[in-house]
Design a protein around this ligand. Structure first.
Ligand SMILES: Cc1cc2nc3c(=O)[nH]c(=O)nc-3n(C[C@H](O)[C@H](O)[C@H](O)COP(=O)(O)OP(=O)(O)OC[C@H]3O[C@@H](n4cnc5c(N)ncnc54)[C@H](O)[C@@H]3O)c2cc1C
Length: 337
């Protein structure tokens, strides 16, 4: 007779598993808002919106399976940090797409479609107020839509959208470092998530609740997000480029009061669990820095250069390293206060 080993995590509190997650991660303020718990929740109870993660009526509706706790990157949290393992680091600029920096995120995903590595990709577009709207992209044509490219400095529900496609399709995912950790946790938990064939991580210092970013810009800077054509962080400054051609720029330090507490305990700048990480730091304006970590991503990059879809630039690895160290310094764990 077979004896199945069912690895149910240990409860810390005598309540349902979601209650444990709530007490130990959400209420303690270390939740990164990655949304991985919502991806796996079998009753679709966990909500990823523009406020802390929640599960309405969890006392009744949580089926106490423990899956949320098993995939949460912040349960029994040990921060990841550093530049991580890699095969190659380079700077590049897409010749086909315009993006936040060198549009290499879009280029890598577009090439993965062309190479028939993926059938669907989850992108983060936006509404006119820059509120993130995730989209499930089916083909390259959709990537020429302007708002689907570029950085939105607000939490997006990328992870729960995986659930809609992962059973039937090979999927590409783009996300912040915490989301990349979520992808790996999901893959450890269930083979179905091996259908995530490409995980592109974004360099990240911190992210924001959209309503708080919106309110800050309006009240403190008299900026309406609907008037923005681009938002960016460069050399410690947040820069909003406006439709009228002017720019509003101020030190990111001014955001301190609205940094979500879950970001304040994150030390992973370079998305070290991704297949390939992309960011701005370390390359010239108009280029993306690309850290190729795994063979699947290397194949895509080789294809891109073979097809001459992108041109190479110079990369400054020390600058990336510096940001990795800076993030450890500004986000100590356990927190000092
Ligand atoms: C919250 C946040 C903070 C960042 N902080 C830094 C930083 O401190 N230093 C640095 O060098 N780089 C940072 N980046 C990365 C940088 O802004 C660019 O996204 C990166 O350089 C890729 O540029 P690109 O031109 O290659 O991407 P593009 O080709 O323009 O594609 C970018 C893609 O990223 C995805 N995306 C956008 N917003 C989000 C979001 N909120 N959540 C998940 N996915 C999203 C979209 O699908 C979009 O298509 C940050 C990104 C985010 C989202």
């Amino acid at each position: 007779m077979y004896q199945w080993e069912i690895k149910i995590p240990k409860k810390i509190h005598d309540t349902k598993f979601f209650g444990n997650l709530k007490i130990e991660v959400i209420d303690k303020g270390i939740c990164s808002h990655c949304g991985t718990c919502a991806t796996i929740c079998p009753v679709n109870g966990i909500k990823v919106e523009d406020k802390p993660i929640y599960f309405p009526n969890w006392e009744k509706e949580c089926i106490d399976c423990g899956a949320c706790i098993k995939v949460c990157p912040r349960w029994d949290y040990k921060p990841l940090n550093g530049i991580g393992d890699y095969l190659e680091i380079l700077a590049a600029k897409s010749k086909r797409f315009k993006g936040q920096d060198g549009a290499m995120v879009t280029e890598i995903m577009a090439s993965a479609f062309e190479m028939d590595l993926i059938d669907r990709a989850i992108f983060v577009g936006r509404d006119e107020n820059w509120k993130p709207i995730t989209s499930i992209v089916k083909d390259i044509e959709q990537l020429f839509e302007e708002t689907i490219r570029g950085t939105k400095y607000s939490f997006a529900d990328v992870m729960p959208r995986i659930k809609e496609v992962v059973k039937d399709y090979r999927v590409g995912v783009i996300g912040t470092p915490c989301m990349m950790s979520g992808v790996r946790k999901l893959q450890q938990e269930s083979g179905i998530f091996n259908n995530i064939k490409l995980a592109i991580g974004l360099f990240c210092t911190e992210n924001f609740y959209h309503w708080q970013l919106h309110e800050f810009l309006l009240k403190e800077k008299n900026v309406e997000m609907k008037d923005a054509v681009k938002t960016d962080i460069k050399r410690g400054k947040f820069i909003v480029s406006l439709k009228n051609g002017s720019k509003v720029s101020f030190p990111v330090k001014e955001f301190d009061p609205i940094i979500p507490s879950g970001c304040e305990v994150c030390q992973d700048f370079a998305a070290i669990e991704s297949d390939v990480s992309v960011g701005s730091v370390g390359s010239k304006a108009g280029y993306s820095s690309v850290i190729v970590r795994r063979e699947n991503a290397k194949k895509v990059l080789d294809y891109i250069f073979e097809k001459e879809y992108a041109e190479r630039g110079e990369v400054n690895i020390d600058a990336i390293q510096k940001l990795c160290e800076f993030k450890i310094k500004i986000h100590p764990y356990p927190p000092k206060h």
